[in-house]
Each structure stands twice: as structure tokens, then as C-alpha cells.
Design a protein around this ligand. Structure first.
Ligand SMILES: Cc1cc2nc3c(=O)[nH]c(=O)nc-3n(C[C@H](O)[C@H](O)[C@H](O)COP(=O)(O)OP(=O)(O)OC[C@H]3O[C@@H](n4cnc5c(N)ncnc54)[C@H](O)[C@@H]3O)c2cc1C
Length: 389
């Protein structure tokens, strides 16, 4: 028997987050749109974020996947996907507090106090820096170099498109420590405070994300700031990317649900030629196709999350979910914008904003082409069998 039901606990979590989004986040949407229209920023202020985070914390929503011993909820991947989908129902960029990048949990005792715990508490902000101007999809081609000098490492190089790179006060930077070995044992991850000397520059994008380029010029980092082991950085980077990929299409799933609701509402109420849009087959097909794709996406996301939660090799399933989610979210937002006509194109409604935001899903954390490459390679090499993923 196949059981498609969420557990009772997961249903309660979903309902609580949905209510939180309805009561606390959606009321901020018009203000967030207004700010973007007037150039006052594209999201919430730091005060608004922390007020919402503190409010959620009072109800126990803190550190969704952070282990219980660190004060988190320690939830499994399926529950995390359910939460992410609910948060995705608003375009307001909100995440619960209490989390840290998964690889930061490899911190040793000293790093734990200086980096991991303050990050979980929200006192410090991290960023993850592997991409470079010459190395995006081909992450193995990174050139940022770290060489030893006494008890220190000296880092030189440039990183690009680093999320939170402008706000972070430390970064997990990946640098080549042994050029001969390269990604096969010659890349190391360093925890580098901003005041050790790296600088960042804002990159303007079509969405709310303002990633940064980071410049390292003779940045001196003590040996004790190596995260994990020397030479094991590339494996850490892949772990960072591979263990949470399902969360991206999960967020898109929530967005698609809300977009379909907006499209439905408009189709029911907008009349042209003496009848509601909802009476037109051209519009009905857009609604129907969107619902079919949303339900397919839900199953792909939940299955990938279940594979992660049950310790199975989830890379293939996550690639499928991410690829499908990125493509379908972009098609669905386009259809719903179309149903809204001219209003869909304005900055009065969230459709135009979502249209720009969702485009990113086809690029970061592995582009569509790179997901296809993974899927095809797994098939061709026989790592997966057709019909048995
Ligand atoms: C907003 C934003 C936030 C980001 N955040 C981070 C972050 O926090 N940390 C970080 O390290 N990086 C981050 N990135 C970088 C992101 O992961 C890369 O942009 C992405 O991996 C693609 O790399 P690229 O831009 O260099 O494109 P390229 O690798 O140059 O690819 C260009 C195009 O060619 C295609 N292509 C490449 N290789 C192949 C191939 N073998 N076969 C077929 N097609 C191919 C790609 O799919 C793409 O369409 C972020 C990017 C953005 C836009």
C-alpha cells in the first residue's frame, strides 16, 4: 500500500504555518510591494524579520531542522518541505530563525562557540561562497587560492553571486589549497570574518536578491579557522548543496498554489464580453494545467524530501524535483499573469514580482541544464533504472 498522507504532526505544523502566513505575513505584502515600487528596498526590515521570528519562536517555530540539542525543532525533511511550501505562499521573504548552514555543524568545539551558536541565535550572519566569475556550474574550476604562511593561510581570489554576501559578517569560503589535487582533495573550506579583510560589492539583479561579489586580497586566516579537514572542502560544498535542494521547489510549490488561487479569483470575477473569464475554455485550460502540474510537483517534492528523511540517496530525486519545479513555476506564474491582463504586468499586484523571483529558480543551486545533466548521467551510467527512482 502507498500512503500519501501527512502525519498528524505534519498536518498540525502545516496548519500552524498557514495561519501564521495569513495573519502575520500576508498583511505586510502591500507594504513590501510599495517599498519596492518606491525604491525603499525589496523585503522586510531587520526589525520586522526579528519581530516575526521572535513571535514564531514563542510558539516553538525556531530552527526547523536544527537539532533539538541546539534548541531547534529537529524536524525531518518532509516536515521542512511542508513548512517551506507554506512560507512560499507569500512572496514576502521570510524564514524562521534558529538555523545555520548544514556544514557549519562540522565546526569544532571552538568554532562552535564563535560561529555555529551565534549563527543559530541570529547574532552572526554567514554566507556560502564557492561560485567565482570563472566557475559557476563548473564549481571544480574554482581558482581562489589559499597558501600557508606560518600558522596562517593567506587567501586571494574573487567570489561572485554570494547570497547574503553584503550582510554577512563571516563567510564560508572555498579555496584551492593544493592545485595538483584540485577538487579531489585539494580544496579547503575556511571560516573568514569580514574584519579579516574581505570586502563585498552589491550585485543588482531582477529579483529581491542582492547577492554580492567578494574580493580576497591577501586575507590572512588562522589555521584554527579551517572548517572540517584540509582538502575536504569540495565534499563539504557538495553536501551543503545536495542536502537541501528539495527546499527550493518546495517553496515554489507554495507560490504556485497561491498564484493559482489568485488566477482563479480573477477568472471568477473579471467579466469580458458579458461573461466571467472563468467561462472561457482558453482560461479554464490554463487553470486546469496549472493544477495538474502543482499536484505533480507536490509528489516530486515530497518524495525527494522523503528520500532525504529516510537516508536514501536523494540526489537524483532532488534534481528531478528542482528541474520540474523551476520550469513549472515559471510557466504557472506566466499563465496567471496572463489571466490578469494589464493588471498582471503592474507592480500593484504580486504577480510581476513573483514572475521575476521565480526565474531565479532555474539558475541557482544548479541550473536546469545541470539538473538535466545529472539526471541523464545517472540514467546513462545505470545509477538509476527507468521506472525505479
Ligand atoms: C541570485 C543568485 C544567488 C546565488 N547565490 C550563491 C551563493 O550563495 N553561493 C554561491 O557559491 N553561488 C551562488 N550563486 C551562483 C549560482 O550557483 C551560479 O550562478 C549557477 O551555478 C550558474 O553558474 P554561472 O552563473 O557561472 O553560469 P555558467 O556555469 O556559466 O552557465 C551558463 C549557462 O550555460 C549552461 N551550462 C553550463 N555548463 C553546461 C553544460 N555542461 N551543458 C549544458 N549547459 C551548460 C548553464 O546551465 C547556463 O544556462 C547564486 C546565483 C544567483 C543568480
Amino acid at each position: 500500500m502507498v500512503d500519501f498522507a501527512l502525519s498528524e504532526e505534519q498536518e498540525q505544523i502545516r496548519d500552524w504555518v498557514r495561519t501564521f502566513v495569513e495573519r502575520e505575513i500576508k498583511p505586510l505584502e502591500n507594504e513590501v510591494l510599495r517599498r519596492e515600487r518606491t525604491g525603499e528596498g525589496a523585503g522586510l526590515t531587520a526589525d520586522e524579520q526579528s519581530r516575526l521570528r521572535d513571535l514564531a519562536r514563542k510558539s516553538g517555530f525556531w530552527g526547523v531542522q536544527t537539532p533539538v540539542e541546539y534548541g531547534g525543532m529537529g524536524l525531518d525533511a518532509v516536515s521542512a518541505a511542508v513548512i517551506e511550501a507554506e512560507l512560499g505562499r507569500s512572496f514576502v521573504p521570510f524564514y524562521f530563525g534558529g538555523s545555520a548552514d548544514n556544514i557549519l555543524f562540522y565546526a569544532n568545539a571552538d568554532q562552535r562557540e564563535r560561529y555555529l551558536l551565534p549563527t543559530i541565535e541570529g547574532e552572526r550572519i554567514s554566507c556560502f561562497a564557492i561560485s567565482e566569475p570563472g566557475a559557476g556550474s563548473d564549481a571544480k574550476a574554482i581558482r581562489t587560492r589559499a597558501h600557508r604562511d606560518g600558522n596562517d593561510w593567506v587567501i586571494n581570489g574573487e567570489k561572485t553571486f554570494i547570497t547574503r554576501g553584503n550582510e554577512a559578517d563571516f563567510c564560508m569560503v572555498f579555496a584551492v589549497t593544493d592545485p595538483e589535487l584540485g577538487a579531489n582533495g585539494g580544496v579547503t573550506c575556511f571560516l573568514v570574518d569580514r574584519d579579516m579583510g574581505w570586502r563585498s560589492e552589491y550585485i543588482h539583479t531582477m529579483g529581491e536578491w542582492g547577492p554580492a561579489s567578494l574580493v580576497f586580497e591577501d586575507v590572512r586566516v588562522p589555521e584554527e579557522n579551517v572548517l572540517g579537514e584540509i582538502g575536504q572542502g569540495f565534499a563539504l560544498a557538495m553536501q551543503w548543496i545536495n542536502s537541501g535542494r528539495y527546499l527550493l521547489p518546495a517553496r515554489a510549490l507554495g507560490a504556485c498554489e497561491r498564484l493559482l488561487e489568485l488566477g482563479l479569483e480573477h477568472a471568477r470575477t473579471r467579466e469580458t464580453f458579458g461573461a466571467p473569464l472563468a467561462d472561457r475554455q482558453a482560461i479554464q485550460w490554463m487553470l486546469a494545467d496549472s493544477q495538474v502540474e502543482i499536484e505533480a510537483l507536490r509528489l516530486l517534492v515530497l518524495r525527494a524530501a522523503w528520500q532525504v528523511a529516510s537516508g536514501k540517496d536523494a540526489r537524483h530525486g532532488q534534481s528531478i524535483a528542482k528541474l520540474y519545479g523551476g520550469i513549472k513555476a515559471n510557466e504557472i506564474v506566466d499563465r496567471m499573469l496572463q489571466i490578469h491582463g494589464g493588471m498582471g504586468y503592474t507592480r500593484e499586484l504580486p504577480l510581476e514580482r513573483w514572475y521575476r523571483e521565480l526565474r531565479l529558480l532555474r539558475i541557482y543551486e544548479g541550473t536546469d541544464e545541470i539538473q538535466r545533466r545529472t539526471i541523464a548521467r545517472d540514467l546513462i551510467k545505470g545509477h538509476v533504472t527507468v521506472g525505479r527512482v
